[in-house]
Design a protein around this ligand. Structure first.
Ligand code: XIL
Length: 355
């Protein structure tokens, strides 16, 4: 997967330089709770701002140069490995677990006392081909998934604060997505996955993560049904993640998003915005697009800040130089030269309650 991003930076520094000296000096400014322990963050009052997190990947940590790590450590407080914990990465062939790349990010985060969101245990995508093209009975696939979840969650016990246990289980019209898990195991795969993850690490906070559920519409209603059903059945779900991959012309008004968050908060769950970015390509003048993007960032951040259960906003990357939807969409808070964009200031302002 190297080469996945076309890095727009010419700088190359060694991993040791990035992860060693440089980070040490920048990180010393950040509050360090207990050596070696990630800082667990909960908002204790509505006046406390949600925490800011970023999706980070090992290619950028290794190759992007010091500004990447500086920006990360100066401005963000938690980390989601962008792809290193996908099933196709962690168990590329049966029984052969490859943790090295994910371990590198987790060690970096732990060293800097940044909590880690594990992403993601069960998803319809990034399923290795030995699983996707295998022939499975229900019992066999259940056993495979049980072993997978137990192995991965145990490996990171005490090092990964929370997991996206199930990612994107619903379709746009609010039905269960016909993933291999749903087809072979049945809709029960969701509760089983939460149970198995909880058994492997009873202290980890377990999330269901979904996209396109930021509006009061059929998908959001289906998500509410699913999550409230899990809660009612005593399934150990601790949170709901709203991905928030938004577009200039497709984003929820603040009242609507706040209303959605409040509805889930009433179930006693922690909420997070887990993958925020704004697709801002197009032919309109750049300054206008960046201003609109900023306004969307502010809306999302302020919606989270308005609901105490909403504890964290994670942006899906840091810089427009490295984003899954392409640099020309300029979706992130920092530009390709790591200069703060209007989106960054809006994000900060929105996160400050009543700010
Ligand atoms: C994107 C990532 O940025 C890629 O690197 C990854 O391999 C797949 O796609 N919803 C998710 C993320 O939950 O994992 C996706 O990430 C974006 C959509």
């Amino acid at each position: 997967m190297f080469g996945k991003f076309a890095l727009s930076l010419g700088l190359t520094v060694t991993a040791a330089a990035v992860l060693g000296g440089l980070c040490g000096s920048v990180a010393s400014a950040a509050p360090a709770p207990h050596a070696g322990q990630p800082a667990v963050f909960n908002r204790t009052s509505a006046a406390e701002a949600p925490q800011l997190g970023a999706a980070v990947n090992d290619v950028m940590l290794d190759k992007a140069g010091p500004r990447y790590v500086q920006t990360l450590l100066a401005h963000y407080r938690s980390i989601t490995p962008e792809w290193e914990m996908e099933m196709s990465q962690l168990e590329p062939s049966r029984g052969h677990f490859t943790f090295a790349r994910a371990d590198q990010i987790v060690a970096f985060a732990n060293r800097h006392h940044m909590p880690v969101r594990g992403h993601t245990l069960v998803w319809d995508e990034m399923v290795p081909s030995w699983v996707l093209h295998g022939s499975w009975t229900r019992a066999q696939l259940e056993s495979m998934l049980h072993t997978y979840i137990t192995t991965v969650v145990s490996h990171y016990r005490g090092k990964v604060e929370e997991w996206d246990v199930v990612n994107e289980p619903l379709t746009t019209d609010g039905h269960m997505r016909q993933s291999i898990w749903e087809r072979v195991i049945g809709p029960d795969y969701v509760s089983l996955a939460f149970r198995w993850a909880h058994e492997a690490d009873p202290h980890a906070r377990l999330f269901l993560n979904e996209y396109g559920a930021e509006w009061n519409d059929p998908k959001e209603h289906a998500l509410y049904q699913l999550v409230s059903g899990l809660k009612a059945a005593g399934i150990p779900i601790g949170g709901v993640g709203f991905q928030a991959h938004l577009l200039l012309d497709a984003h929820p008004p603040q009242a609507e998003l706040t209303g959605v968050l409040r509805q889930f908060a009433a179930l006693g769950l922690r909420l997070e915005i887990t993958e925020l970015d704004v697709r801002a390509g197009g032919s309109a003048p750049l300054a206008r697009r960046m201003a609109e993007e900023a306004s969307i960032y502010r809306t999302v951040a302020a919606s989270c800040a308005a609901v105490r259960a909403c504890a964290r906003v994670t942006t899906w990357g840091i810089t427009d130089a490295a984003t899954w939807i392409g640099t020309s969409n300029r979706p992130l808070p920092f530009d390709t030269h790591y200069r703060a964009k209007p989106a960054w200031y809006a994000l900060r302002a929105g996160l400050t309650p009543r700010g």
